[in-house]
Design a protein around this ligand. Structure first.
Ligand SMILES: Cc1ncc(C[n+]2csc(CCOP(=O)(O)OP(=O)(O)O)c2C)c(N)n1
Ligand code: SF4
Ligand SMILES: [Mg+2]
Length: 290
């Protein structure tokens, strides 16, 4: 994507949380360009399918390369981009359905490889584009077109899942605070290894969670979102796990593995070893050992 496509007529609904996410990404990329003196074209933004996936067409201002992928397969696409062009900064934007449901099987392997990409998960607790069906993060008992008698499954707890799978950087954010979100995304992109910024991004049409996240004292609603406590040690996996098991939505850097070794370093090291073996094979083939 070199400029915004004027023929692309998709529009988000008024108040959709995804507006805050797109702003967060724009700010994080502008910061990266300024700080690292890296051209914005060095970033490839891979998105999935959903209201969230349309983000790739809705960037304002200077544009990264964009790849509007297929549902649930942002990680395989990003893996291909990063392993063939390791010098590129690869950023992913995917919905909760896309990333955690159809695409859920890809998270574990990429966490174990420590693929050096950053994922921004846009969690509205629903399938927005296809008109409000239940997603993995939809709450228990919630009525949707696919759960007319109330959802029978407990909601998935993505932050716990990421930590259990070995994701080496995990942040949690809300879309209504795009500047803060931008800082988390920037830190995720700076991290060498697999980073996920999980964003609560309310769907004003099918699952409006603004009030639940922010709270409303007049109605006696406590805010679900709270800042990660100052004393939290993000390098401590046990502390991170305890934090995400608490009630509510922590906002901040949850975990950063200080010993993270990205896949690219392992590949480089493996190639060094392979070179030696190739020389031996060459020598055998040319008869030099005989
Ligand atoms: C393989 C495949 N299965 C199903 C669909 C239909 N589909 C498109 S978007 C979507 C769900 C989107 O939900 P989510 O990823 O949470 O994104 P949101 O729209 O909420 O941002 C589904 C089921 C599809 N496009 N491709
Ligand atoms: S349906 Fe929901 S997620 Fe999709 S654009 Fe509208 S408010 Fe946003
Ligand atoms: Mg969704």
């Amino acid at each position: 994507m070199s400029k915004r496509n004027p023929e692309y007529d998709f529009k988000w609904c008024p108040g959709c949380g995804d507006f805050g996410v797109v702003r967060g990404i724009e700010l994080a990329l502008a910061d990266r360009v300024n700080r690292l003196k890296e051209p914005i074209e060095n970033t490839v933004l891979v998105s999935g399918i959903g209201c969230s996936g349309n983000l790739v067409h809705l960037q304002e201002g200077p544009q990264p390369y964009g790849f509007h992928g297929i549902h649930g397969r942002t990680l395989p696409i990003a893996w291909g981009v990063k392993t063939s062009r390791p010098e590129l900064n690869v950023l992913i934007a995917a919905g909760d359905g896309d990333f955690l449901s159809i695409g859920g099987e890809h998270i574990g392997p990429q966490a174990k490889r420590n693929l050096d990409v950053t994922v921004v998960v846009m969690d509205n607790g629903i399938y927005g584009l296809t008109k409000g069906q239940a997603s993995p993060t939809t709450g228990f008992g919630v009525i949707t077109p696919t759960t007319p008698y109330g959802k029978l499954e407990e909601p998935m707890r993505p932050l716990e899942l990421y930590l259990a799978l070995g994701v080496s950087f995990v942040a949690s954010a809300v879309s209504s605070r795009p500047k803060e979100l931008a800082q988390f995304i920037a830190q995720g992109m700076d991290h060498r290894g697999f980073s996920i910024v999980h964003v609560q991004s309310p769907c004003t049409t099918y699952n409006d969670t603004y009030e639940a996240l922010k709270g409303n004292p007049a109605k006696g609603i406590e805010p679900a979102a709270y800042p990660v406590p100052d004393g939290h040690d993000a390098s401590d996996l046990d502390a991170a796990t305890r934090l995400v098991r608490q009630k509510g939505v922590p906002v901040g850097i949850v975990y950063r593995n200080p010993d993270s070794v990205p896949l690219q370093d392992r590949l480089t090291e493996a190639r060094e070893r392979t070179k030696v073996r190739t020389r031996d094979v060459d020598a055998l083939l040319t008869g030099l050992h005989i």
